[in-house]
Every structure is written in structure tokens, then in C-alpha cells.
Design a protein around this ligand. Structure first.
Ligand SMILES: Cc1ncc(COP(=O)(O)O)c(C=O)c1O
Length: 380
């Protein structure tokens, strides 16, 4: 028998992924036979498979060929979507924005580099850094500031070893857009110090395209913007996302990417949703209306702290109520509803949970169940 302990990389033996939202596969196979309302992932509820039925029939033949390794038609659709403000050379298509996070770290980091990550945030950045044997330097969004970005809290962490600063806007798990001046201050300082900025805009579409920093790539050559087809465009299972940057950075990353990162069905469906202007408009309206509807309910509980959000989800703090997120999650699960217990985010604790925003019928069910759970817990 080979001694695998001598073969595995020692530095990677402890590498693991954090727990996430979307544990729907594990849970559905248990008690609920697939009838779970998933409020733990933040995905557009209006995207249904009906949209793709005709398309998939037509494109079935494409599974017999290798996909276009450059995703040219997706790039062209994106250029059109962005009103020709970008060129295909500014775009890199990947297997979800997750592939781009990993690729970016793999291609730029050398051992002992430091990467500043602004927490609490999406937990997978740390994983991508650690698999390169580099150090995660935590900068903080503070609870007292409603988890909004403060540039000084990030820049005070810069050292001679800093290679990348990673931040997310609007941030997961709080959902608020950050002050663009704070982001710009970080980009400018980073630029002077030869530091790269990785800006994750996975949720930016919910806030409006004008909030994206994509047009800043002409001014600053140290930024990379990651975008996703998972959230607003509702295609988590297809694994497709894209990056926006200078042609130099895009080409450098492309050279390190595997040859066929995005399958043909993902490429077809991504173009299709990009061209669906009605759906895009409907989604914005739905989120706006349903957000107010949910807020109206949540605000009836003065001891619940609901953080400001510009996205399709809310971060909620139950500390004043003295009820843990885990107990709310377990109680809701009995009613067939899955929420995200956020206690494993760095900088949060057992009193934080997150819910997404869906269409009215689901939200009514959520409200009814949440009412039962909260009222019962308050009485105890
Ligand atoms: C902020 C953020 N970025 C990126 C991702 C990964 O998304 P994708 O499905 O595009 O890989 C997620 C997924 O939850 C996320 O929350």
C-alpha cells in the first residue's frame, strides 16, 4: 500500500470548504421529499425552466461537440447587454464566478503573499487563498456600521506582502451597496502600491448596472470584477459567470484557465437570459415590491435587527430576542422552509440568519411560518 501521507501536499491536508446555503440536496432527500422552500440561497425566483424548453430542444445537438472554449457568443451577448461600453477582450467567461475566484488566486498568488479579505463575506475567498499557501488577512465590516465598508479599516491592513484585496459589493451576507467613494479610495491606494483589487459583484444586477465598477477598468489597471449568472439570472446549476478587466489581465487569466471551462448548454442559456429584457425588468419590480412586503412584516418585531439591503436578501440579527439562528432554522425546517444560519461567517455569531426574497406566494408561507416560530419562541 502506498503511504498517501507522503504523497498528499502537507500544506493542503487541512483544506476544507465552509458550510453554505443551498443544502437543499441533502435536506430534500431526508424528510421533505423535495418540497423545501429554499430561502437560504439568493437566487432570482422568476427564472423557471419553461424559459429554456424550446431552446434546449434546439441546442441538444451541441452536446455532441466540444463547446466554444472562448464562449464567444456569450461575450457578444454581454457586450450588447452592456451597451457596447466593453469589448470582448475585457471579458472572461468561467464556470461560475467561483471558478474565477479560484483562478485569480491561483494565477496571481505566490507562497507567503498576503490577501486582505473584508469580512464578514462569502466564505470561499479564504479557501482559494489557503489552497495557494497564502495568508488571509482579515479586515472588518463592523456591526456598529451596519457592516458597511470603511476604507480605513481595509487600508490599515496593507503590508509589503499584500498582493490582493478582495471585497464584495453589494456584500454577502448583508446585501447593502457600499459607498463608492470608500471603494475608490481602496482601489486608488492599491493601485499606487501595486496591489490587485478583486471586486465581487455577484449581486450588482439587483441594484442597477450603474452601480457596477466595470467602467473603472479603463482608469485603473489593477481591478478585476467578478460577475455571476447564478443570482439575478438564476442559473446556479449551469455554473457560469464572467469577469471584467483589462485585456492584459483577462488574457493572463485565460491562459491559466482550462481549455473548455463552460459547457455548451450553459453558454446557450446564459445568452438567452441576457436577451430577455422583460424578465430583467420584472425581476427588479418583483424584488422591490416583495422586499417592502417582507420588511413590513419583519418590522413588527422591534427586537429583530434587519440590516439595510439593496439586494434580494436580508441579514437579520436575533440577539436582542435571545433566539439563536440555529433554533429558528430548525423550527422552520419542520415547516419545509430552509434559511441560512450565518453563524459560520467570520465576524458573525449564532444570532445571525439570512433570508432571500421570493415571489408573493412563497413569501406568504415564509411569513406565516416565521410568525409561528418567533411568537412561540418569544413566549418561552
Ligand atoms: C458573493 C458571492 N460571490 C460568488 C459566489 C459564487 O457564485 P457562482 O455560482 O457564480 O460561482 C457566491 C455564491 O453564493 C456569492 O455569494
Amino acid at each position: 500500500m502506498a503511504d498517501l501521507n507522503r504523497i498528499f501536499k502537507k500544506s493542503l491536508m487541512d483544506l476544507t470548504h465552509e458550510r453554505h446555503g443551498g443544502e437543499i440536496h441533502a435536506i430534500s432527500s431526508e424528510a421533505h421529499e423535495g418540497n423545501i422552500l429554499d430561502y437560504s440561497t439568493n437566487i432570482n425566483p422568476l427564472i423557471s425552466t419553461d424559459i429554456f424548453k424550446n431552446l434546449l430542444e434546439k441546442s441538444l445537438n451541441s452536446i455532441l461537440l466540444y463547446p466554444d472554449s472562448n464562449s464567444t457568443t456569450v461575450k457578444n451577448a454581454l457586450v450588447k447587454y452592456f451597451g457596447n461600453s466593453l469589448s470582448p477582450d475585457n471579458l472572461l467567461i468561467g464556470a461560475g464566478s467561483m471558478e474565477l475566484i479560484r483562478l485569480f488566486c491561483d494565477m496571481f498568488l505566490v507562497e507567503k503573499d498576503e490577501v486582505i479579505v473584508v469580512h464578514p463575506t462569502f466564505t470561499e475567498y479564504d479557501w482559494a487563498i489557503k489552497r495557494n499557501n497564502c495568508k488571509v488577512v482579515n479586515a472588518w465590516r463592523e456591526e456598529k456600521n451596519d457592516f458597511l465598508l470603511k476604507s480605513e479599516k481595509v487600508l490599515e491592513k496593507v503590508s509589503s506582502k499584500t498582493k490582493i484585496i478582495i471585497m464584495c459589493n453589494p456584500n454577502n451576507p448583508n446585501g447593502a451597496l457600499d459607498d463608492s467613494k470608500e471603494i475608490l479610495t481602496i482601489i486608488e491606494t492599491a493601485s499606487e502600491k501595486n496591489i490587485l483589487v478583486f471586486l465581487d459583484e455577484a449581486f450588482i444586477e439587483f441594484t442597477g448596472e450603474h452601480n457596477s465598477f466595470k467602467n473603472k477598468i479603463n482608469q485603473y489597471n489593477n481591478i478585476f470584477i467578478a460577475r455571476s449568472f447564478t443570482k439575478f439570472f438564476g442559473l446556479p446549476g449551469l455554473r457560469i459567470g464572467f469577469g471584467i478587466s483589462t485585456p492584459e489581465i483577462i488574457q493572463y487569466l485565460k491562459n491559466g484557465q482550462e481549455l473548455w471551462p463552460v459547457n455548451c448548454i450553459a453558454q446557450e442559456c446564459a445568452q438567452h437570459v441576457l436577451n430577455n429584457g422583460t424578465l430583467i425588468e420584472k425581476t427588479r419590480q418583483l424584488i422591490q415590491t416583495e422586499k417592502e412586503y417582507l420588511l413590513n412584516f419583519l418590522n413588527q418585531y422591534p427586537d429583530l435587527k434587519i440590516y439595510p439591503s439593496d439586494s434580494n436578501f436580508f441579514l437579520i440579527n436575533t440577539r436582542k430576542m435571545g433566539i439563536t439562528a440555529r433554533s429558528i432554522k430548525n423550527a422552520l425546517l419542520q415547516e419545509g422552509i430552509l434559511i441560512r444560519d450565518c453563524s459560520n461567517y467570520k465576524g458573525l455569531d449564532e444570532f445571525f440568519f439570512r433570508i432571500s426574497i421570493k415571489e408573493r406566494e412563497s413569501n406568504e408561507k415564509l411569513i406565516m411560518s416565521l410568525k409561528n416560530v418567533l411568537n412561540l419562541k418569544i413566549k418561552k
